[in-house]
Design a protein around this ligand. Structure first.
Ligand code: GLU
Length: 371
């Protein structure tokens, strides 16, 4: 029973794809946006907090500029994002005003999950907005982030998963023009069947759906599965559904069998998911003994370190590699200069060489995540 899994849902992130916003046309669909606002109000009346991740800036901007609908030139997409974002927010504002709800625009760059200070600031801002009963509406800051609008790297599916886990949501709803995840690509295979429930994101699940990307957005099923993986590890449920289903948001939250649900019972510690997704500031290469020790969840000693690359401070996240392959990530208690002086040494020698010592371990076990 879905409703059993969703009964503890207190905070929901709704990701709205470009195709849903535009309803297949070149502008924003007020009808759809009004219906989202109406459903959000009804969730808020039940005490559920709602955050939105919206796409559509580039799509709307390109049509306002009279540019080619699927232009892939980065400067044109950056310009389109800046034009489209303000139109998009105006439309969201119109819709939410009808239901007496204030909205807040938050444009993110991906470093919000690597830079702890930025993340904490964002958390405080979002918490305050929710206390004031406003609905935060996120998008990528596409005008300054070339990476984010290049379909190879950034997309709002992944962004919405990161927002969900960093803002402690219990449920992410991804609305787009697909009904959910199919066992085969429904655009190619007639007998493709919708998968209603996924509890384990296996390789078969990852392979199952091909990539039915829609015309104007950048995401496809692949990025949605990636989003599901991120949510799964962090203990956030996720549903993929078609935005054209009437009252889709309210019905999903009520536990109706719509689209595909990815159910999780994990609850990764915040610090663990922080380490897992942070951009590494450097690399520590270890020997086989250290590699084996790490797999038994013990800390990393200087004696097992073969090399250091990059400049990092203590407290930064680094990759831990064996033969050049990342086997773990961690937060060292020593900076890169210190580690290059003590690598290969027994812990007894650390004080003698450095003139100071924090811990015997260069990285303590609680600060290591096996990848
Ligand atoms: N941030 C992009 C936009 O608002 C959309 C990215 C996506 O579709 O995933 O146009």
């Amino acid at each position: 029973m879905r409703s059993e899994h969703l009964k503890e849902t207190h905070r929901v992130v709704i990701k709205v794809g470009t195709s849903s916003i535009t309803g297949g046309s070149s502008g924003a669909s007020s009808e759809f946006m009004d219906s989202v606002a109406r459903q959000v109000r009804s969730l808020k009346e039940k005490g559920i907090e709602v955050l939105i991740v919206t796409s559509g800036a580039i799509g709307i901007g390109l049509s306002t500029m009279g540019a080619r609908p699927r232009s892939r030139e980065i400067p044109i997409r950056q310009a389109a994002a800046s034009i489209g974002q303000s139109v998009l927010m105006q439309k969201w504002n119109d819709s939410f005003q009808r239901y007496g709800i204030s909205i807040a625009q938050i444009l993110l760059t991906y470093d919000f999950y690597s830079d702890r200070e930025k993340y904490l600031n964002l958390r405080n801002a979002v918490q305050t907005l929710l206390e004031y009963r406003a609905v935060p509406i996120f998008n990528e800051n596409d005008a300054v982030c070339v990476k984010e609008i290049d379909a190879m790297f950034g997309d709002n599916d992944t962004l919405s998963a990161m927002v969900s886990i960093k803002m402690d949501a219990d449920l992410l709803i991804i609305l787009s023009d697909v009904d959910g995840l199919y066992d085969k690509d429904p655009k190619i295979t007639k007998d493709a069947a919708l998968i209603a429930t996924v509890t384990d994101i296996t390789d078969t699940i990852k392979m199952s759906a091909g990539d039915p990307s829609s015309k104007v957005g950048t995401g496809g099923m692949r990025t949605k599965i990636r989003a599901a993986e991120i949510c799964h590890e962090a203990g956030c449920n996720m549903v993929i559904a078609n935005s054209t289903v009437p009252d889709v948001i309210e019905r999903i939250v009520a536990g109706e069998e719509i689209g595909t649900i990815f159910i999780t019972d994990k609850k990764e510690k915040k610090k663990t998911s922080w380490i897992r997704y942070a951009n590494p500031s450097g690399t520590i290469e270890v020997d086989e003994g250290a590699k084996n020790a790490l797999s038994k969840h013990v800390g990393l000693l200087a004696i097992g370190i073969k090399g250091v690359a990059g400049r990092f401070d203590r407290g930064d996240v680094v990759n831990i590699t064996f033969n050049g392959n990342t086997i773990a990530k961690g937060i060292p208690d020593y900076n890169s200069d210190d580690i290059s002086k003590i690598k290969g040494l027994h812990s007894d020698k650390m004080f003698e060489v450095l003139g100071h010592k924090n811990y015997d371990n260069v990285i303590r076990s609680e600060n290591i995540v096996i990848m």
